[in-house]
Design a protein around this ligand. Structure first.
Ligand code: SF4
Ligand code: SF4
Length: 298
């Protein structure tokens, strides 16, 4: 589990890292094979779950906070680091290691990972890393490919079990995480940023809240005038009251609309009619306030 599994990190500009990956690692396709197994019988068992940089996606946090029976806010307070860096375009959330000598992962137990079925994406992927070929000239992401990471001291490569890349990804339940990851990249790799756009602190806060602090975003959705102003399917609204996945799906759509002006959410016809001719259209389609509290003031 290294930074190489997250090709886009604030410390490691994507281009440079991908170049290094291309030089240092063979590219693997879905049918390429490797030998690996990790189980309590390996002499290095549990040794790699300390002092690791694990970047958490919104879906990682959703799964973890639910697994632990916590609110997102409580989870973030207790288990996350939110590094702030110059030129940061989108929020960064990392798993906070324990404050002990070796910086042990808070979820490590003698029997292995204590939250195994909800472990974050990087922990699932290892020993595979994921990278992309150079972006196309119009700024879109290039083809993805995999490569094998071999952490020093990892004895898993001495085991006889052979996998294809596809088998490994299936076994680790990666597809579900990748679907959410792709949806999140629609935000974080948006052409707005490629064109040099910078989010205001308020919008950055909204991006963070909607993606990572679902209970607060739910308050915003249900306690503000948002649902009176925008056309959202009634069944979907009901689903969002209780279902975090539905709410996160809406958060992504809402953010694409409110941060980048994409037509992913539609204003209600009567709202548009009421303002037709009297107000600038931007008033009707205005970006949402940074927080639910601000919305209440409006
Ligand atoms: S979440 Fe689990 S697999 Fe990942 S570092 Fe922590 S203990 Fe290890
Ligand atoms: S170092 Fe490798 S084999 Fe050992 S516990 Fe970690 S992943 Fe498993």
């Amino acid at each position: 589990m290294t930074d190489e599994q997250r090709p886009q990190t604030p410390e490691d500009p994507r281009g440079r890292l991908e170049e290094k990956i291309l030089t240092d690692h063979a590219r693997l396709g879905p049918d390429d094979t490797f030998r690996f197994a990790c189980h309590p019988g390996v002499s290095c068992f549990n040794k790699c779950c300390s002092d690791v940089n694990i970047f958490l996606s919104p879906y990682d946090v959703l799964r973890l906070k639910r697994r632990l029976g916590m609110t997102s806010s409580d989870f973030l307070d207790k288990y996350a680091l939110l590094p702030v860096q110059k030129d940061m375009k989108t929020p960064v959330v990392m798993l906070r290691m324990n404050d002990d000598e070796v910086r042990t992962c808070p979820f490590l137990t003698d029997g292995g990972c204590g939250i195994y079925s909800d472990r974050p994406w990087p922990c699932r992927m290892y020993p595979l890393g994921l990278a992309a070929q150079k972006d196309t000239p119009d700024g879109w992401r290039g083809d993805r490919f995999y490569f094998l990471l071999q952490e020093e001291g990892c004895r898993g490569f001495e085991e006889s079990h052979q996998w294809t890349v596809r088998e490994w990804l299936d076994d680790q339940g990666i597809d579900e995480y990748d679907e959410w990851g792709e949806a999140y990249k629609e935000l974080t790799l948006h052409e707005f940023f490629a064109d040099g756009g910078v989010l205001s602190p308020q919008k950055m806060h909204m991006l963070f809240t909607a993606c990572y602090d679902l209970e607060k975003f739910r308050e915003f959705v249900f306690d503000s005038t948002l649902l009176q102003r925008f056309d959202v399917d009634e069944d979907f609204v009901e689903e969002m009251r209780h279902d975090d996945e539905a709410l996160l799906r809406f958060a992504f759509l809402w953010l694409r609309f409110s941060l980048f002006g994409e037509p992913t959410v539609k204003a209600k016809a009567d709202v548009v009619d009421a303002f037709k001719g009297s107000l600038d259209k931007r008033e009707v389609f205005r970006s949402q306030p940074a927080t639910a509290r601000d919305e209440d003031k409006a």
